[in-house]
Design a protein around this ligand. Structure first.
Ligand SMILES: Cc1cc2nc3c(=O)[nH]c(=O)nc-3n(C[C@H](O)[C@H](O)[C@H](O)COP(=O)(O)OP(=O)(O)OC[C@H]3O[C@@H](n4cnc5c(N)ncnc54)[C@H](O)[C@@H]3O)c2cc1C
Length: 265
């Protein structure tokens, strides 16, 4: 930790809104995100909130980064409105088609440009890709410790953190030296809503856009070139037939339901 506090970097992804009708590019099998209604990946709001709380506790700076089309500036503005200090967008046609490996590589190059850093925060997963791979891969590219599925930070100093990880059926408490990457679950906090001043500040903020040259990325490691995962096919689940709704008074419904079950077995 420098004498100005911690340098915290949050990775934020813009994802299609759950109700958005996202089309698929038939040639590449990738989603056509441009023009779709988008939101901040919900888990990333928890990562931002945690970074802001750490900054309030120990001092420092919160920087947000995102890789995506130009419209991803919207989620970065939201992050600035919540209280983050700086935002950078990684956007270039050569980043298109990135799988998780190329995405994490690209994010790692930007983070190295922002070094020295003490902590990188990610959501546990994105609600569109849902791989939960980017955080762990990013830690690997950066050569730092990772603590995934964090549901509570019990203690944090300039040297280490003690965090609870949410596991199936319990929690695990771990201590890790900084710099560290964490991925967070929604139990960790309740993200704040941006205030009016924050929104005004965010609207005026300049968000630099970095391409591969700015972050010193190897062209063979980004976009489709750097993506070993190829989409073989995509299909929607078959439409399910609507079920039957039995209406009536309680006893009548029970009688009809029992009749129906008996007729099936
Ligand atoms: C062959 C292939 C091609 C693809 N092409 C594209 C494409 O052209 N455009 C596209 O948008 N997606 C594309 N994708 C999807 C893309 O790989 C994933 O969405 C992306 O790598 C993140 O994976 P995920 O969504 O599973 O995130 P997860 O690993 O589930 O995300 C975990 C956390 O990592 C961070 N994170 C993830 N992605 C980003 C990001 N982009 N910026 C900042 N932080 C991030 C967030 O903190 C997030 O909460 C493609 C996927 C494949 C397999």
């Amino acid at each position: 930790m420098g004498n100005k506090g911690l340098n915290l970097i949050v990775c934020v992804k813009q994802v299609p809104a759950p109700e958005a009708n996202v089309r698929v590019n038939p040639d590449t099998g990738t989603l056509i995100r441009e023009g779709a209604d988008c939101i901040m990946n919900p888990f990333d709001a928890y990562a931002i909130e945690e970074a802001l709380r750490i900054k309030e506790h120990l001092g420092g700076k919160v920087t947000v980064i995102s890789m995506g089309p130009i419209q991803a500036k919207e989620v970065l503005k939201e992050a600035l409105a919540m209280g983050c200090d700086e935002a950078y967008l990684l956007s270039d046609p050569s980043f298109a088609g990135s799988d998780t490996l190329a995405t994490s590589y690209t994010l790692s190059r930007a983070i190295l440009k922002l070094a020295p850093f003490d902590m990188v925060l990610c959501g546990k997963q994105a609600i569109d890709g849902e791989t939960a791979q980017v955080g762990p891969e990013l830690a690997r590219w950066l050569g730092i410790t990772q603590v995934t599925y964090v549901s509570r930070i019990r203690e944090i100093t300039g040297e280490y953190l003690v965090a609870e990880r949410l596991l199936e059926g319990g929690t695990q408490t771990v201590k890790a030296a900084l710099p560290v990457l964490i991925t967070v679950v929604k139990d960790i906090n309740r993200p704040r809503l941006p205030g009016l001043l924050g929104i005004k500040r965010a609207n005026k903020a300049e968000i630099p856009v970095w391409g591969p040259v700015d972050i010193g990325a190897d062209p063979s490691m980004i976009g489709l070139n750097g993506s070993p995962t190829k989409v073989e096919g995509l299909k929607s689940p078959p439409q399910r037939e609507g079920g039957e709704v039995i209406r009536g008074e309680d006893e009548e419904v029970i009688r009809l339901l029992a009749q129906r079950i008996v007729s099936i077995v």
